[in-house]
Write a protein that binds this ligand. Structure first.
Ligand code: KG4
Ligand code: ZN
Length: 365
């Protein structure tokens, strides 16, 4: 089965074609085109939704054309269309959803609406080599999946394809969102996550002590805004001290101040400590969930899953527990349409195009 996936929930516009193998229960990737408006958002230090939506309009048709071209296929070859219908930015989502509905009607193809968060999990089921089908055939259920992105931090239990139970999520900032805000405070480009990882390599994670919010709580919830506030306070204190604290009051060294007087080493040490704090909490809660639900596999997904230290530490803890860890290739951690098409293949639920609407606040049932 050939599925065209379409993803436009935030600042990436993507179209991909996957070939699903019903017997092997696996998919291989034929094409995955991603156009990102990230450089535009770097200039504004974050995403302005109207700008992101305007970029989606520019890219949507070209990425679909290119995905078909690269897979050497024509529209008539496609068996179904899958599209992200939420969660995300309404303006961005609408572009993908309305395009997919139009194509479904004009080409007369079934349409499958996909939850973006479930898409991130299914990046783990994609075989990158178009000649093979085997990569993740050994993902055994029950699965515990950790979704860590710019907008979400969630733990879910998957008993089998189509049976997903939400266990917990962040009560305030998502892990990626906290990293991005801290990155901004430190004067790093947007999005901060990958830059924090880069600086952390040169830093000492023990130089600063930041809180690990909710690490010991009985539930599977997270909270990262307290960590963010602690880093803001630390940076403000460092700015105050390094200024010589002349006649100025401490309040002038607030979080909005220019932080160029922090040395590269101090920034690296802060990044290392922040990364450690975030990863400690994510790993501890994921392992706790895997233990409680006797998981056979742990799946990682979302943009923050591209972080190598997170992958390494979760791998070490999973091994100790005797559970297999799967993480998508880094190119499939951030937003892409291949994961949307894969999720549709394993959770095939066709819906009449007239009944599909973009839903920015879609979550788990
Ligand atoms: O999944 P994604 O592309 O978009 C959302 O659905 O939110 O995730 C983007 C997030 C951003 O917060 C970004 O800082 C983070 O993923 N991210 C990383 C890394 N690469 C991307 N965070 C930590 N380390 C990385 N290497
Ligand atoms: Zn995402």
């Amino acid at each position: 089965m050939l599925i065209l996936g379409i993803e436009s929930s935030c600042d990436e516009t993507s179209a991909a074609i996957i070939k699903g193998h019903t017997k092997n229960k696996n998919v291989k990737l034929l094409s995955n085109i991603v156009a990102s408006s990230l450089s535009l958002h770097s200039k504004t230090g974050g995403i302005i939704p109207e700008n992101a939506a305007r970029e989606q309009i520019k890219f949507i048709i070209p990425v679909i054309r290119k995905a078909l071209e690269e897979a050497n296929l024509k529209s008539k070859d496609i068996d179904a269309i899958a599209v992200t219908y939420g969660p995300g930015l309404i303006g961005s989502l609408l572009i993908g959803v309305e395009t997919a509905k139009t194509l479904s009607y004009v080409w007369n193809k079934p349409l499958i609406p996909v939850n973006h968060l479930i898409g991130h999990i299914y990046a783990n089921f994609i075989e990158l080599n178009p000649k093979r089908y085997t990569l993740n055939a050994n993902i055994d259920f029950p699965v515990i999946a950790l979704i860590v992105s710019g907008g979400h931090t969630d733990l879910v239990l998957i008993k089998q394809h189509g049976s997903i139970t939400w266990l917990g999520g962040t009560r305030d900032d998502a892990a990626g969102e906290a990293l991005d805000k801290i990155g901004r405070l430190l004067g790093l480009p947007y999005p901060g996550g990958p830059h924090i990882e880069r600086h952390a390599k040169k830093g000492d994670p023990k130089k600063y002590q930041f809180p690990r919010p909710m690490i010991g709580s009985k539930d599977f919830d997270f909270s990262f805004s307290g960590l963010k506030a602690a880093v803001f306070r630390e940076v403000s204190n460092l700015n105050y001290s390094s200024s010589g604290a002349s006649a100025k009051s401490r309040s002038e060294f607030s979080t909005s101040s220019n932080n160029t007087n922090l040395s590269q080493q101090t920034k690296a040490d802060i990044c290392a400590a922040v990364q450690k704090a975030v990863i400690n909490v994510l790993v501890k809660k994921t392992i706790k969930a895997a233990e409680k639900y006797s998981a056979k596999s742990i799946l990682l997904g979302g943009g923050v899953a591209a972080n190598q230290t997170l992958r390494n530490e979760l791998e070490a803890s999973s091994q100790k527990l005797g559970v297999k860890l799967f993480a998508p290739p880094k190119s499939l951690c951030t937003d892409n349409a291949a994961m949307i098409a894969a999720a549709a293949f394993f959770n095939y639920k066709q819906v009449n195009w007239q009944k599909i609407d973009a839903n920015p606040s879609l979550y788990f049932d």
